[in-house]
Write a protein that binds this ligand. Structure first.
Ligand code: LMR
Length: 335
């Protein structure tokens, strides 16, 4: 009898406690890098801020290292998800939106940006809404841009990548799903191969590809530098992320919740810029002080030769992206 009474008391209490903490909305945040990268850190901070500021009404579950989806799959899942209470959010690199946006390809144009300050000029400008235009019609709501950093080229070879096209000839390079990156590699003299991020380390290690282009943080955190001989500090383009969520989920959130989540995201964006700046120099230093790939700076002449070699990419994609948009971006950046 005593046991029955206790059970009768405990069960409703436990249920009430569970109800008090049960979230009204869940956001599954999927990404492909490690938690200690600029994207991973920003995603974790975002989750914490949302939890605090909504008093647990919204729960953000972060899935790093392609645990839930790779970047191409997550975009499809996001578009197809009809749930109004569970949203899928992700931050695929800007290069991975090629199926959904021609204008976003602007970010991949070689040598468009001298550094991330140039990127911030563009991202923080009204031009950004022209670059993301039309994504909502494809079921994707663009929310903010997160940094990783400028890209460098790594290679397994007996000499570093310096002279174009000679050093690229006969070499295969892993690229993201970007047609501009594919054209850029061909113009530099190499052969591009599109591969998902989670396959890169093995592809480099097994010689499926000879090299790849990425930001320092990815070269370090995924240990690419351990299976490469040289890294050329080319800074030829930018690796950054568009944070997106299912449009259906986002549009149906109550306004107060949406505003709170937006504010948390803005704070995470500011923090991400700091994480990225720290990783950019910190991860380069860690690679330099280790025994694996040798880091090679490039001279002004070498950089000019690479820029010249990749100039045809701009002409090839001008109409597809939109000539007027490219001109406006150039004007904004003072070119
Ligand atoms: C890549 O595929 O190389 C990057 O987009 C991975 C990432 O998310 O940084």
């Amino acid at each position: 009898m005593k046991i029955l009474l206790r059970t009768l008391l405990i069960v409703p209490l436990a249920l009430a406690a569970a109800q008090a903490v049960a979230a009204d909305y869940t956001i599954k945040f999927s990404h492909v890098v490690t938690p200690h990268t600029p994207k991973g850190q920003a995603a974790d901070l975002f989750a914490k801020l949302v939890d605090e500021r909504t008093n647990g009404r919204v729960k953000v579950e972060v899935f790093p290292n392609s645990q839930l989806y790779n970047d191409n799959k997550v975009l499809e899942a996001m578009r197809l998800s009809g749930s109004k209470t569970t949203g899928i959010m992700a931050a695929p690199s800007l290069s991975k939106f090629v199926k959904f946006s021609k204008t976003l390809q602007t970010f991949d144009l070689p040598y468009l940006f001298n550094d991330v300050n140039d990127v911030h000029k563009l991202v923080d400008s009204p031009l950004m809404s022209r670059l993301t235009t039309g994504l909502d019609k494809k079921g994707l709501r663009a929310l903010t841009v997160w940094d990783n950093g400028m890209k460098v080229f790594s290679i397994k070879a007996d000499k570093p990548l310096k002279n174009v096209p000679a050093d690229f000839n006969g070499m295969k390079f892993r690229i993201q799903s970007s047609n501009i990156a594919a054209s850029m590699i061909k113009n530099l003299g190499g052969t591009p191969q599109k591969l998902p991020f989670k396959e890169v380390y093995t592809a480099l290690g097994q010689g499926v590809v000879d090299g790849q282009e990425n930001a320092w943080s990815n070269v370090y955190s995924k240990k690419f530098f351990e299976v490469q001989d040289y890294i050329s500090v080319s800074n030829h383009s930018y690796l950054g992320y568009l944070v997106v969520v299912s449009d259906e989920f986002w549009s149906n959130l109550p306004t107060d919740i949406r505003n709170t989540v937006t504010a948390a995201l803005q704070e995470a964006t500011q923090a991400n810029r700091k994480y990225a700046a720290a990783a950019d120099s910190g991860d380069r230093q860690k690679i330099e002080s280790d025994k694996y790939a040798k880091v090679v700076d490039m001279t002004t002449a070498e950089r000019a030769a690479w820029r010249k070699a990749t100039a045809p990419v701009w002409a090839e994609f001008r109409d597809e992206i939109g000539g007027e948009l490219i001109d406006d971006v150039n004007k904004l950046l003072g070119r």
